[in-house]
Write a protein that binds this ligand. Structure first.
Ligand SMILES: Cc1cc2nc3c(=O)[nH]c(=O)nc-3n(C[C@H](O)[C@H](O)[C@H](O)COP(=O)(O)O)c2cc1C
Length: 240
């Protein structure tokens, strides 16, 4: 571990107090890196949010793989402050649909969303009907853990809970897409009903809900454009 560092990491004192292991990093050729980068970008471009699902079943193992992939997300102080709660039970899914539609009815029909919000949503054609919550074979609700609840009854702080859970959500969506399934990032706000319906503890708060399955044959999606690189990436090459 020779290198240019005056202050090595871990320091000998740190390494004596806490275990460290060598990072099993695999370096690829420049060509292979470019090829992998392009392939991942192209595959990412094919991902779409789906609002019409087929009822075809999805094995639990696939959902577990996506949860494990998402759980590799970096998190503040490595607290992994998330719980993925999955259900394929028709009664549970039906109860989630009823409660979500109740909230969304208020959002869409009783002015809980302002005009600007409704205008932004117009191209997506979303409304208060959430039939897909019953049709999709799985619903996975991602909960953020506001604090850590230990089995001995004590609690500990979690750090950067929203940032960490958001990164895990992104990795979950990507894992689902890569394995050949589809999902929707769904937030029928307020989502407090999910904690009650799914019997989750006080320290957990619903973050996003993911219906998961295969798209219905012929399902259509809004014809959206994604921002070009120059609108989402800026390189700063001198000190301002
Ligand atoms: C935090 C978040 C919340 C969202 N909530 C909803 C929702 O409640 N209902 C819905 O139909 N789509 C929802 N979406 C999906 C977006 O509308 C969708 O990602 C966007 O239109 C881009 O489409 P794409 O995912 O196919 O690229 C949400 C997305 C995000 C990231």
């Amino acid at each position: 571990m020779d290198g240019p560092y005056e202050h090595p990491y871990p320091s000998p004192e740190l390494a004596a107090a806490h275990p460290f292991v060598e990072y099993a990093f695999e370096r690829h050729s420049d060509e292979e890196m470019a090829q992998r980068a392009r392939a991942f970008r192209e595959e990412s471009e094919r991902r779409r949010s789906v609002r019409l699902f087929s009822p075809d079943p999805v094995p639990r193992e696939l959902v577990e793989e996506a949860v494990l992939a998402a759980s590799t997300a970096p998190s503040g102080a490595h607290k992994q402050p998330w719980t993925f709660v999955g259900t394929r039970d028709p009664e549970v899914k039906a109860a989630i649909r009823v409660a979500a539609e109740e909230e969304e009815r208020v959002n869409y029909l009783q002015n809980r969303m302002n005009d600007e919000w409704l205008e932004a949503l117009a191209p997506l054609g979303t409304d208060h009907h959430k039939e897909f919550l019953e049709v999709a074979p799985w619903i996975v609700v991602l909960f953020e853990q506001r604090f850590e609840q230990r089995s001995d009854g004590t609690t500990r702080k979690n750090y950067y809970v929203k940032e960490s859970t958001g990164i895990a959500a992104g990795m979950f969506i990507t894992a689902i897409h890569r394995m050949g399934l589809a999902t929707l990032t769904h937030t029928p706000s307020p989502m407090a009903f999910l904690r009650r319906l799914l019997g989750r503890p006080d320290n957990e708060r619903p973050f996003v809900m993911f219906p998961i399955g295969f798209p219905l044959d012929g399902a259509r999606v809004p014809d959206l454009r994604r921002k070009p690189l120059d609108e989402v990436f800026v390189e700063v090459d001198r000190l301002e």
